[in-house]
Design a protein around this ligand. Structure first.
Ligand code: UD1
Ligand code: UDP
Length: 365
């Protein structure tokens, strides 16, 4: 009997994660995938480019929910996903990460008694003000299979009473994705957005920074200060771009930086591999810094990826002032962390996800 997986994606990092598992499903006999794109991200550079580059099959369902308040956006997703589940009657609903699309997918499936598998389960910032923390707690407690990327994620779940057979450590699918990108960029001759001089790569989009004018000013002030030492390349998330455009002080800071449109995944991998340091508030980019052997300053109060802080690859810096941000970046340039540990698995997380869902060995020989 064919088994059907209904994959729910909607935001940029989910396309990258789902591409890893979709590639595995495509070569496993007896398992088919149908994909729902909620439409949470919709710009060409935030969505289509990843489907094209990573050769993800076109989603069977595009709900086109677009942007909106948390309630409105999640509500539209719930209604759309529920209809699709009733039509498709999948054996599993597969959700990724901690966005509103994750929450809607887990909740719609759970209410219809369809088993939910959650990739990137168990991460915690222990900051309940974050929408991501709310989304991941609910998704984890509704899931039937919790696929953890790190052993600390498995421990977090155990502390909330979620343990046993339904929790499986598989490693981080983003590590698999980086290995794939490293191979792809060796053969690709993409045009780079950098000038060839040493640079710092930065990304900023997280609500706790963008929605707090003082934090956003500290970040842009700090980045514009370090431009005195080195170019700062900033592929800018549309959320942050629209806030900068409305504020003349922030725009003046941003004028010192090499601000570019969001880039594709392979260009991002090239930028990460070539950078002297990465400064970010992104979850994915923190880990990619480590995968490319680059020091990272995370401009947040806490991180879910605690291993990289203890290994010395990542430093947390709360964006309290421009001087603090600049100082943290300057101190981290040239500093490597410990090597040898493999907290994110063996690069076969995608295979382990499917093996855990269907109880069969799908390892490529
Ligand atoms: C979302 C996730 C966040 C994740 C991030 C990845 C939630 C609550 N947040 O944040 O966890 O780290 O995606 O990038 O799910 N916009 C556009 N074009 C687009 C997409 C967004 O212009 O294609 C603008 C809109 O003004 C929108 C804003 O960005 O209101 C925020 O988008 P949204 O998807 O709500 O949240 P993100 O900040 O992207
Ligand atoms: N990314 C990308 N282009 C960009 C910025 C990020 O391809 O311009 C990739 C990045 O390499 C990583 C993922 O998007 O794989 C991270 O997504 P994001 O920072 O939007 O979300 P988060 O990981 O914080 O949820």
């Amino acid at each position: 009997m064919e088994k059907k997986v209904l994959t729910i994606v909607g935001a940029r990092p989910q396309f990258i994660k789902a591409a890893v598992v979709s590639r595995v499903i495509a070569r496993v006999p007896g398992v088919t995938e149908s994909m729902v794109h909620t439409g949470q991200h919709y710009d060409q550079g935030m969505s289509d480019i990843f489907f094209q580059e990573l050769k993800i099959p076109a989603p069977a369902h595009n709900l086109a929910v677009g942007s909106g308040s948390h309630g409105a956006q999640t509500g539209r997703m719930l209604e759309g996903i529920e209809k699709v589940i009733q039509e498709e009657r999948p054996d599993w609903v597969l959700v990724y990460g901690d966005t509103n699309s994750t929450l809607a997918g887990a909740l719609a499936a759970s209410k219809l008694h369809i088993p939910v598998a959650h990739v990137e389960a168990g991460l915690r910032s222990f900051n309940k003000a974050m929408p991501e923390e709310q989304n991941r707690i609910v998704a984890d407690h509704l899931s039937d299979l919790l696929l953890t990327p790190t052993s600390s994620a498995t421990e977090n779940l155990a502390r909330e009473g979620i343990k046993g057979e339904k929790v499986r450590f598989v490693g981080d699918v983003m590590y698999d994705a980086t290995l794939f990108a490293k191979e792809a960029v060796q053969t690709e001759t993409g045009k780079s957005v950098t000038s060839g001089k040493p640079y710092i790569l930065a990304t900023i989009h997280r609500a706790e920074n963008t929605d707090d004018p003082a934090r956003l000013a500290a970040i842009f002030g700090g980045l514009s200060e370090v431009v005195q030492d080195m170019e700062v390349v900033l592929p800018l998330h549309p959320r942050t771009r629209s806030l900068i455009a409305k504020d003349s002080h922030l725009s003046a800071y941003a004028d010192h930086l090499t601000v570019v449109e969001p880039v594709g995944y392979f260009e991002m991998a090239r930028l990460e591999a070539g950078a002297e340091l990465i400064a970010t508030d992104s979850g994915g980019v923190q880990k990619e810094a480590y995968f490319h052997g680059k020091p990272c300053v995370t401009l947040r109060d806490e991180t879910e990826w605690v291993e990289l802080v203890s290994m010395g690859w990542n430093r947390l810096q709360s964006p309290t002032s421009g001087a603090a941000v600049a100082q943290a970046i300057r101190a981290a340039i040239g500093q490597s962390g410990q090597s040898g540990a493999t907290p994110y698995g063996d690069g076969r997380a995608g295979e382990k996800v499917i093996a855990a869902m269907f109880g069969k060995d799908v390892t490529r020989g």
